[in-house]
Design a protein. Sequence first.
Length: 89
Amino acid sequence: MTVKRQNNQLYVGVKDYGIGMKPDQLNKVFEKFYRVEETSHRFQGLGIGLYISSEIISRHGGEINVRSVYGEGSEFYFTIPVEQLSSDV
């Protein structure tokens, strides 16, 4: 796991060394109910965990993404603002 501060953003990344994903799967992985076909028969799940994570991070002003090389693994990471951008007092 990697945690660091970059330009008023908190960066959190988690890397695995599993099967990775093909390029055409990367743009779908945060969609509701999407499951990578190669893993759907071996691992249970509904395909909503990454979708929910992306919604939570987005609502906090952040972004989530993934880097992946098929056959080598993936790194999921997100950034969120460290300092509040505006104040309504």
